[in-house]
Design a protein around this ligand. Structure first.
Ligand SMILES: Cc1cc2nc3c(=O)[nH]c(=O)nc-3n(C[C@H](O)[C@H](O)[C@H](O)COP(=O)(O)OP(=O)(O)OC[C@H]3O[C@@H](n4cnc5c(N)ncnc54)[C@H](O)[C@@H]3O)c2cc1C
Length: 481
């Protein structure tokens, strides 16, 4: 019997798992995908927003500002990537400048201390490609960029180290309540007993609620965002996140520097019927391109290496929906956690565990809780001296498997066998960036497949790109006698 079943291993489920592991509770995270961070947490802008635009007084505003601050602790404890780039919200004329002033009032009301309006002439000194049509900017120095998958891995690894269990390929199919406990059915063929259930299922959180609630407390309306990714070799083109003025449909099309040097152009914002379909469209990408041009001049579109889309878990409730069920004790729903959910995630986890669950008064503190997790360094970023020393101890650092991102055999083998290891091509890409460069895996995927086969004693026929159904090969074409 578990104390907590957490449904979903996105940034919200993994942060909650780590937060709960500070106490003596028995918890398990169930994830339907073949990896952590495979849905919303996979496809977003990666920005830790400062909290300049959510409506004052909402949970969204409060948890965004708190979460932004908490990322500094997470960097120290979990060794997660943070790019302290800051952001500019741009205005092009007097009417928009007035809106910048209003945004300052919102920022102040949300408790932000650090923001300032700059003239174009000052802003362009630190952002040389800022569009010449810009007249003023609102500078937000506390805006940061992270690498969301890495944050989710770090939280899950740390939670596992502190006693939480994790199961992937575990689709929750039914939830029943038996007076003092819940029976959570997994993959239609297994039952898990638990005293409490936490629904952190992102775009599926309303469907999870509907498995047990008579009336859905909220309905998710999928909102798609499409992007271009520019190669990391254009890193110097952009220094800050560039935002247009926000509108009713969100923060708009942005230019965002990424931690590893790529630049994201996007997203748009389009409500969709199918909240699981993450295809990109010509119309969507045209819209992105047209709107990004008002932020910067001469965007290097000739350096596009891919496009992608993510679906926001927007809801019909006008705020983050974070509540205990009105009918079922110990059942908690986290719904409508769209942007700025990544930014707010550490504060959402604390709010749930400390305030709603009241864990500090309900459970004994876990004396063995260790908040730290260390990541292996990225080999190609080390000094030549350090690299030579590491090579002496392990010559497989000398075999560069991904030539675009300079990822070595040793790093890939560590990712296969690590504490939250993976045996899929996409899993290794998420953990090491092998395949995330200019050739998008054209050169290295076959080599990675062979390393997975070697390390896991698998036939190539058993290896998947991502889900268990996405096998790389159908059959052998020639059989060696
Ligand atoms: C285009 C876009 C841009 C964004 N940009 C930003 C940004 O820059 N900054 C920011 O702060 N926020 C941003 N966000 C929002 C942010 O990405 C999300 O708020 C955050 O990732 C939500 O995390 P989650 O864990 O709730 O959801 P998810 O990451 O989707 O995780 C939910 C998990 O539940 C699992 N699940 C679902 N059903 C079941 C089931 N039946 N059984 C088991 N598991 C199940 C899913 O597989 C999934 O892994 C953006 C979102 C999008 C889509």
């Amino acid at each position: 019997m578990y104390d907590y079943v957490i449904i979903g291993a996105g940034i919200i489920g993994t942060m909650i798992a780590r937060e709960l592991s500070r106490y003596y509770v028995k918890a398990i995270v169930l994830e339907k995908e073949n990896d952590v961070a495979n849905v919303q947490t996979l496809a977003n802008s990666a920005i830790i927003h400062s909290g300049h635009n959510p409506t004052p007084g909402t949970l969204r505003a409060k948890l965004n500002v708190l979460g932004n601050g908490l990322y500094n602790d997470l960097e120290r404890e979990l060794d997660i990537p943070l790019l302290r780039c800051g952001a500019f919200v741009v205005a092009h004329n007097e009417a928009e400048e007035k809106q910048l002033d209003e945004l300052c009032e919102t920022a102040k009301a949300n408790g932000m201390l650090d923001f300032v309006i700059l003239d174009y002439s000052e802003a362009v000194k630190t952002e040389p490609n800022l569009s010449k049509t810009v007249t003023k900017v609102l500078s937000l120095p506390t805006t940061k960029v992270t690498y969301p998958w890495e944050v989710a891995f770090a939280c899950m690894e740390n939670a596992i180290k502190n006693g939480v269990k994790f199961r992937k390929n575990a689709l929750v199919t039914k939830i029943s309540y038996l007076k003092d406990r819940y029976i959570v059915e997994v993959n239609e063929n297994e039952n898990i007993e638990t005293i409490n259930v936490i629904n952190a299922a992102g775009v599926d959180s309303d469907d999870i609620a509907a498995l047990i609630e008579q009336e859905k407390p909220f309905t998710i309306k999928g909102r798609k965002g499409e992007y271009f990714v520019l190669d990391r070799r254009v890193k110097d083109f952009l220094n800050h996140v560039l935002y247009p003025l926000p509108t009713a449909s969100g923060k708009g099309v942005l230019l965002t520097p990424q931690y590893h040097g790529n630049i994201l152009v996007g997203p748009n914002s389009q409500y969709v019927e199918d909240k699981h379909k993450t295809d990109v469209s010509f119309d969507g990408l045209d819209y992105v391109r047209e709107h990004a041009n008002s932020l910067a001049d001469n965007i290097p579109y000739n350096k596009i290496i891919r496009s992608f889309a993510g679906i926001r878990a927007s809801s019909d409730y006008d705020d983050f929906y974070i509540k205990e069920s009105a009918r079922y004790k110990g059942l908690y729903h986290l719904g409508g956690i769209d942007s700025p959910g990544l930014s707010a995630a550490p504060a959402i986890a604390k709010y749930l565990v400390e305030e709603l669950i009241d864990a500090p008064n309900k459970y004994e503190k876990n004396d063995n809780f260790n908040p730290y997790r260390h990541k292996n360094p990225e080999f190609h970023t080390l000094t030549m001296e350090k690299r030579m020393e590491m090579l002496k101890h392990n010559p497989t650092y000398g075999n560069i498997v991904c030539k675009c991102e300079l990822i070595t055999e040793k790093e890939i083998v560590d990712a296969i066998n690590g504490p939250l290891g993976s045996d899929t091509i996409k899993g290794i890409k998420k953990r090491t960036r092998a395949g995330a460069g200019l050739c998008q895996g054209g050169y290295c995927e076959e080599k990675i497949m062979k390393l997975i086969a070697r390390e896991k004693h698998l036939s190539p026929l058993e290896i998947s790109y991502d889900s268990l159904e996405s096998k790389l090969f159908v059959s052998e074409t020639k059989v060696r006698k």
